[in-house]
Ligand binder design. Structure first.
Ligand code: AMP
Ligand code: ZN
Length: 472
């Protein structure tokens, strides 16, 4: 196996990846809260996790990937205050919380499909794992980590020595952050709910829809306990890599670690990887609660932009760097992807061999903490190289196992009949130069430019009054 280096939030260093079981990887990725559509920010994190999984698979690891569906317990305030997001969704749409969860779970899976994100080996719903969560809370209670207040059972974070080991923040700062949402009954601001009692009345005066019996009273589990219970259940002793967006570091993942290690007495996941945020241009974070909320449907599908352009854009930014979003940037990404499809198509359909040297370079960069922008530059180098077209194609399609851009289906993904302004800038320049050559009656140059345009995946035909341009 080739060495793989991953930036671990726990150590704040790039570390060589060593799985617990040879040749296998246990991967847990925190899944969506299914009370609304995923926004493109959320989807950036799922894309990053998909690239990671594909990279591990490309390295011949057998990846066991578990993703949860948060269909209960995630409150509007991440720190156990406010309403359950599912109940809020139910009220908003006048449906049951169960119907809301089912609808948005399917919508999420449809988004994954549009983005070529592979489904996990195991999907698991919080509501299907209530007994497991209760059992874990019982263990914590037996070990003396819990206390009860009027509204629930809480985890006492002061009993954990290294509560800040993931965030690396001084405890005082973590406490300060936690003070935003006050609960006078908590012993420490950072303590969090493991089990919340059903209030007599919930969202806008209605009774809670999702609730269960427990040794402490009727209620529902806290958000953090579900990920601990399900990752312990489904991955057991294969707790290799745990991922999420950077917003999960200080609260959700910190609490998952605290309670899991308190319960089991051993380390909970060796590698913690976090994806940086997608920001709307100007640096503002995209969030449902802020109302600046773009979905795959309204930002790509409805306006005729191939959703894979988003995947292509995400490949161009390191996963640990913020990514800027704008409609113009996505259009540019779509044109860039079309150009790549065109170039791959122009290589023909003949079978070739994967070039060993380029493959070695490719492995080195993807194994270096998933340096995908650099990996894309190797594709450009392959295209420019003097390899035979069939070998170029074979090499690029091999890399596409990690990119997931469906390059083998380039012919089906290219739109036909284009306007000049829809073309990548380089092609536009070639088309204009060819018109100029024709104007100057330089037929040889015009023909050379036609070939050049064809090489890049476009057909140009002279028709009365101008030219017709289509994809190869
Ligand atoms: P949620 O459905 O709110 O539980 O979030 C799902 C995933 O999206 C989590 O891994 C979050 O960390 C991540 N996330 C939330 N907002 C953004 C954003 N603007 N950019 C990237 N990832 C995000
Ligand atoms: Zn989680």
């Amino acid at each position: 196996m080739n060495p793989i280096f991953l930036y671990n939030t726990l150590s704040r260093k790039k570390e060589e990846f060593k799985p617990l079981k040879s040749g296998q990887v246990g991967l847990y990725t925190c899944g969506p809260t299914v009370y609304n559509f995923a926004h493109v920010g959320n989807l950036r994190t799922y894309l990053f996790e998909d690239f990671l999984k594909r990279m591990l698979t490309y390295n011949s690891y057998k990846v066991k990937h578990v993703m949860n569906i948060t269909d209960v317990g995630h409150l509007t305030g991440d720190r156990d205050m406010g309403e359950d997001k599912l109940e809020v969704g139910a009220k908003r749409e006048k449906k049951s919380a169960w119907d809301i969860a089912a609808f948005y779970t399917e919508a999420f899976k449809a988004d994954l499909k549009l983005l070529n994100i592979e489904e996990p080996t195991i999907w698991c719903r919080a509501t299907d794992n209530i007994p497991e969560q209760i059992a874990l809370i019982k263990t914590l209670a037996e070990k003396g980590y819990t206390y009860q207040t009027k509204d629930g059972v809480y985890f006492d974070t002061s009993l954990v020595k290294d509560y800040n080991k993931l965030s690396h923040l001084p405890l005082a700062e973590l406490k300060e952050g936690a003070r935003v949402e006050k609960n006078p009954e908590k012993k420490n601001p950072t303590d969090f709910a493991l089990w919340k009692f059903s209030p007599s009345l919930g969202v806008a005066g209605t009774k809670r829809q999702m609730e269960w019996e427990s040794p402490w009273g009727v209620g529902f589990p806290g958000w953090h306990i579900e990920c601990s219970a399900m990752s312990l259940k489904y991955l057991g002793d294969e707790q290799d890599i745990h991922c999420g967006g950077i917003d999960h570091i200080n609260v959700h993942h910190t609490n998952e670690i605290a309670q899991s290690e308190a319960a089991t007495g051993h380390k909970f996941f060796n590698y913690w990887l976090h994806g940086a945020f997608l920001n709307i241009i100007g640096g503002k974070k995209m969030s449902k609660s802020e109302g600046n909320f773009l979905t795959l449907e309204n930002s790509f599908v409805k306006i005729g932009i191939n959703p894979l352009a988003y995947r292509f854009a995400a490949l161009q930014v390191n996963y640990r760097k913020p990514m800027e979003y704008s409609g113009a940037a996505m259009k540019q990404a779509a044109a860039g992807l079309d150009s790549l499809y065109g170039q791959v198509l122009a290589l023909g359909q003949a079978k070739g061999k994967v070039n060993a040297e380029y493959k070695k370079d490719f492995l080195e960069v993807i194994n270096n903490d998933l340096n995908l922008p650099k990996a894309l530059s190797i594709v450009a180098a392959v295209l420019k190289s003097d390899l035979k077209d069939a070998d170029k194609r074979a090499t690029i399609l091999d890399f596409d196992q990690v990119f997931g851009l469906s390059l083998a289906q380039a012919d089906k993904l290219l739109p036909k009949d284009l306007n000049l302004q829809d073309l990548p800038a380089a092609i536009q320049t070639l088309v204009i130069s060819r018109q100029e050559a024709r104007g100057a009656k330089d037929w040889e140059e015009a023909d050379r430019l036609r070939q050049e345009i064809k090489k890049r995946g476009y057909i140009i035909e002279d028709v009365s009054g101008g030219v017709r341009i289509s994809k190869l």
